[in-house]
Design a protein around this ligand. Structure first.
Ligand SMILES: Cc1ncc(COP(=O)(O)O)c(C=O)c1O
Length: 477
């Protein structure tokens, strides 16, 4: 049996073309490996060539390939087994492990995770305690212990419609489904409407949860060029002409990771291109309520072909795990079936709390406090590292930092981690073969308070003022 298994896992003749890739050769190999694994060209379990084989094929030293495989292992792309070789890991382990590993580092100031900031005073905790107290006195509590319909109970769907309305999207509750957070919303939508191998266009730098999901569902991703407002309509049109996609996934407001916000005009142009090419839009508006005023959702410009995803994670509390999907009528049933196939339905108790907060004004009060805390944190960023910030918005939870030469994104993130600060390099968000820019995303919300954030930002400021340490010489063959 073992022999049969070994035969299935064949050693590949994988030899990436890294000539177009910038930066140290070992990073170029690691990035090529990430792209090929992400796109399904290298399947999980595949045995990679030996260090010497790959070095010979690429005309590099064995030491360079050893560093490349070590880098790929650090990113959880591969695992090594002494005497057996180096193997490509599956998507679930590939994406889940680095986050857990980063968090586990003792004393790390986490500027890598995109959490909503906790404002001083524990407003959400008090709101939750009040809601739980009020719930415990209700006569109809048993209702929350039963199975509701897969798309959520009527009043929870109405709360979702109200939440979307406050972002500028009008839709009847019949077109709203309750999910267990936006990530689950994305899962249900893509699982319902696409099949393995389908092509999805995304921003060239996209939310890493979309990359994870594409790996799980075997969707092919292709990045579309960005400018200061996000997706470029001309690049989107060119991509649609070259290879018709099944869907476009994008984050028009507070794009993750680049923090751009599309203007009204840009949204109209993107909607027009999608309409002209018959493309389904999946709009992720999880950050949509964070700015004081954001343009209307992209979905409002093409409601007949847009699925809109929102939720309470960023505006209220991620632990509620409540999201809302607004879909064209014809797609509601299929998406509801995918909710049933993944979680049966969102937990009614959590949806009840979110709905109560939306109805009774608690949600708006929490949101005001979050915006105000985020604005204070943004001002701190402006004071400490402002001149390096490429793009920020007054209440955003993250900023996009262009690195001064000769810093590279990966090397900077690694240097920051060694000094106890987590940030995320552009490569974690990059889609496709184009090299990631030398930039990092810095999140402001996961630091416990402003003092901790300031300590982290000062570490980054020192690094930005210094040059990277020279890479150690690779050991020769
Ligand atoms: C763009 C984007 N979409 C979805 C999510 C996940 O949201 P949720 O907690 O609602 O699943 C995040 C979280 O960072 C995000 O930035």
């Amino acid at each position: 049996m073992r022999a049969v298994k070994r035969n299935i896992v064949t050693m590949t003749s994988w030899a990436p073309d890294i000539r177009q890739r910038k930066g140290p050769r070992y990073l170029a190999i690691a990035e090529a490996l990430a792209d090929d694994a992400g796109a399904g060209r290298l399947r999980p379990g595949t045995r990679l060539p030996t260090h010497r084989d790959l070095a010979d094929r690429l005309g590099l030293t064995v030491g360079t390939v050893t560093r490349a495989y070590a880098e790929a292992a650090r990113r959880n792309l591969v695992s090594g087994e002494v005497g057996r070789g180096t193997f490509v890991r599956g998507p679930a382990t590939r994406f889940a492990a680095p986050l857990a590993a980063a968090r586990a580092q003792e004393g790390l100031i986490d500027l890598s995770a995109n959490h909503p900031p906790r404002a001083p005073g524990d407003g959400e905790e008090r709101a939750l305690a009040r809601s739980l107290g009020a719930l415990s006195r209700r006569k109809d509590l048993a209702r929350l212990l039963d199975y509701p319909p897969e798309g959520g109970s009527r009043d929870h769907r109405e709360a979702g419609a109200e939440w979307a309305r406050r972002s500028g999207l009008d839709a009847p509750a019949d077109r709203v489904l309750v999910s267990s957070g936006s990530q689950h919303g994305m899962t249900a939508v893509f699982a319902a409407l696409l099949v393995p191998g389908d092509l999805v266009l995304t921003e060239a730098l996209t939310y890493s949860g979309m990359k994870t999901l594409a790996g799980l569902l075997s969707l092919r991703l292709q990045g579309v060029a960005l400018d200061d407002e996000g997706l470029r309509p001309d690049a989107l049109a060119a991509a649609c002409r070259a290879r018709p996609p099944k869907a476009l996934y994008c984050v028009p407001t507070l794009q993750n990771p680049t923090a751009s916000v599309m203007s009204d005009e840009r949204r109209r142009e993107i909607a027009d291109v999608a309409r002209e090419h018959g493309v389904l839009i999946v709009e992720d508006d999880v950050h949509g309520r964070i700015p004081h005023r954001a343009p209307r959702p992209l979905s409002a410009f093409a409601p007949e072909r847009a699925v809109y995803l929102t939720g309470t994670s960023k505006a209220l509390a991620p632990g509620l795990r409540v999201g809302f999907i607004v879909a064209p009528e014809a797609l509601v049933g299929r998406i509801a079936a995918a909710i049933r196939g993944t979680t049966w339905m969102a937990a009614p108790l959590m949806a009840e709390i979110a709905a109560a907060w939306i109805k009774d004004g608690t949600a708006e009060a929490i949101l005001r406090r979050k915006r105000s805390e985020a604005a204070s944190r943004q001002r701190l960023v402006g004071q400490v590292i402002g001149r390096f910030v490429d793009r920020a918005q007054p209440t955003a939870y993250h900023v996009w930092l262009s690195l001064p030469r000769p810093w590279r994104g990966e090397a900077f993130a690694e240097a920051a981690r060694r000094k106890g600060v987590g940030v995320t390099p552009a490569s974690a968000f990059a889609v496709g073969r184009a090299g990631a820019p030398d930039a990092v995303r810095v999140c402001l919300g996961a630091a416990r308070d402003r003092a901790e954030l300031e300590r982290g930002l000062r570490v980054l400021a020192d690094l930005l003022a210094a040059s990277p340490e020279p890479a150690p010489l690779p050991s020769g063959p």
